[in-house]
Design a protein around this ligand. Structure first.
Ligand SMILES: [Zn+2]
Length: 185
């Protein structure tokens, strides 16, 4: 089981908003596909599969998977790493006009980074009812008093994103079960 909080908990599927501002759904599916690939690669290293890309127009500025285990970094979330790399790529901490695609609803830290970097839009795959701060537990994208707001599209490729996470935890449980049975024939 996870017990891992954000970047890995349970994720019931919702249809999400799908209220897509701007980009058409084929474009969203394309970029979320890249984020899903980042997540898949992260899982090969034992990471909870979460992936993110930051795009401006049709240009991918940065991409990352979750790196929490590899780096033993509590802040090593995919979207935070991608946001920092994107800022480096454009030479500015202001990511105005940029969009973040992330497979799982961002946690408070990452949603906060999205406010601070002034992204234009965030599209996420599946909600995180135990940690999500773009709609589930709270919504920092339009939080009263904060000086930046951004658009959010939920449920982009939501089924693929939640299935990827479910499969990861299924496999993890199977591995643990086998380990428990240890020396048994
Ligand atoms: Zn996060």
């Amino acid at each position: 089981m996870s017990g891992s909080g954000a970047q890995g908990s349970a994720f019931p599927i919702t249809d999400g908003g799908g209220a897509v501002e701007g980009g058409g759904s084929a474009r969203d599916a394309h970029f979320m596909g890249l984020a899903l690939e980042e997540a898949r690669l992260a899982a090969l290293f034992g990471e909870v599969p979460v992936g993110a890309v930051v795009v401006r127009g049709d240009e991918v500025l940065a991409a990352s998977g979750n790196r929490r285990e590899r780096d033993q970094d509590p802040c090593g979330h995919a979207e935070l790493i991608a946001i920092r790399a994107a800022a480096k790529a454009v030479g500015s901490w202001r990511l105005e006009g940029c969009e973040v695609y992330v497979t799982l609803e961002p946690c408070p830290m990452c949603a906060g980074a999205m406010v601070l970097s002034r992204v234009q839009r965030v599209a996420y795959g599946c909600p995180d009812p135990k940690g999500g701060f773009l709609g589930s537990l709270a919504d920092l994208s339009g939080f009263p008093g904060l000086n930046h707001r951004f658009a959010v599209s939920a449920g982009i490729e939501g089924e693929r994103c939640s299935e990827q996470l479910r499969q990861f935890f299924r496999d993890l449980r199977a591995v643990k079960r086998r380990a428990r049975l240890g020396g048994a024939p």
